[in-house]
Design a protein around this ligand. Structure first.
Ligand code: AMP
Length: 301
């Protein structure tokens, strides 16, 4: 079963204490589709780039079997650019700039072949764009969406309309608090469930992720890492891995969702070992499986 990912495809400038990289391949859609591609085929990507977007990056996505029929290249357009800087412990990130560029006028029409993809992941993107995709797909089995502080602050009303239509909302702890105005995370989760989603998954960085429904609570640990190079895209990799696994098993039981969170955690752990999607280039499925087994052991008691 396939996954349709809608998200940004960007050129990122990232600064850590040790290194600065410029115009590297990034974007929520990129990280999520690469992560999903470890588990399932096809992974279809809806996104937009400008003529400045290097061909080598598109070539790479093709090597991961990401279907790029839905990736629009705007003539004379400039690709979305984002810059971020991390503090020493990687827990704090400052966004240095967000240049929306071609995404501001992007109104995608879904290719016919994409319309009945059963698993839809709306990665970080303008909420109006997320909503327009929900309106074009034919009854997917699952709609999952991510969002971030930028859209909560800039496009609150449109975001609320999108949230009402999704089955699972994934966001990080500070974003859940920002979205709801609650300071207690569990209260924030309960408030989000009242907005419409049946489940909310809250990412807590190096402290793992939790899943909350009206009837269940699950806590997934993060993979214990001693070396972090660049956490950019960890959240998107988590969500992409989760979607890819769910699509590969075709089952949405509580048990499968918990396993999917563990697989997402593992893909995210590889992602943060290098800049951009560089680490994913050498990861094999057996590497993912090995870390998954370690996590299984870590929570057994
Ligand atoms: P994460 O580290 O999971 O928050 O994802 C970072 C990625 O999201 C980077 O590659 C950015 O290019 C991309 N990004 C940053 N800001 C936005 C935004 N407002 N909307 C969509 N994608 C974004």
């Amino acid at each position: 079963m396939g996954v349709l990912v809608v998200g940004t495809v960007t050129l990122d400038t990232v600064e850590t204490l040790n290194k600065r990289v410029e115009d590297v391949l990034g974007g929520s859609g990129t990280y999520a589709s690469v992560a999903a591609s470890f588990f399932v085929n096809p992974v279809r990507l809806i996104g937009v780039v400008g003529t400045d977007f290097p061909q080598v990056y598109t070539d790479f996505l093709q090597t991961r079997n990401v279907d790029l029929e839905g990736l629009t290249r705007v003539e004379n357009g400039k690709t979305f650019r984002w810059g971020g800087k991390y503090a020493e412990d990687f827990n704090v990130r400052d966004t240095l700039f967000t240049e929306l560029n071609v995404i501001e006028d992007f109104h995608p029409v879904l290719p016919a072949a994409y319309k009945d993809t059963p698993y839809l992941f709306l990665a970080n993107d303008p909420p109006q764009l997320q909503l327009s995709i929900i309106e074009q797909v034919k009854k997917p089995k699952l709609i999952v969406s991510d969002t971030m502080d930028f859209w909560i602050n800039e496009e609150r009303d449109a975001l609320q309309k999108t949230i009402e239509r999704v089955d699972i909302l994934i966001l990080n702890d500070s974003e859940a608090k920002l979205l709801t105005g609650e300071t207690n995370l569990m209260k924030a989760a309960r408030t989000i469930l009242r907005y419409g989603p049946k489940r909310v998954i809250i990412k807590k960085g190096e402290h793992g992720a939790i899943s909350i429904t009206e009837a269940s609570y699950f806590s997934a640990p993060a993979y214990p890492m001693t070396q972090v190079t660049d956490p950019t895209g960890a959240g998107d990799s988590f969500a992409g891995g989760l979607m890819g696994y769910l699509a590969s098993v075709g089952d949405l039981s509580e048990g499968s969702i918990r396993k999917a969170m563990m697989y997402g955690t593992v893909v995210a752990s590889f992602n943060i070992e290098d800049f951009s999607i560089n680490r994913q280039k050498s990861v094999q499925f057996q590497d993912i499986k090995a870390r998954y087994k370690e996590l299984q052991e870590a929570v057994r008691f």
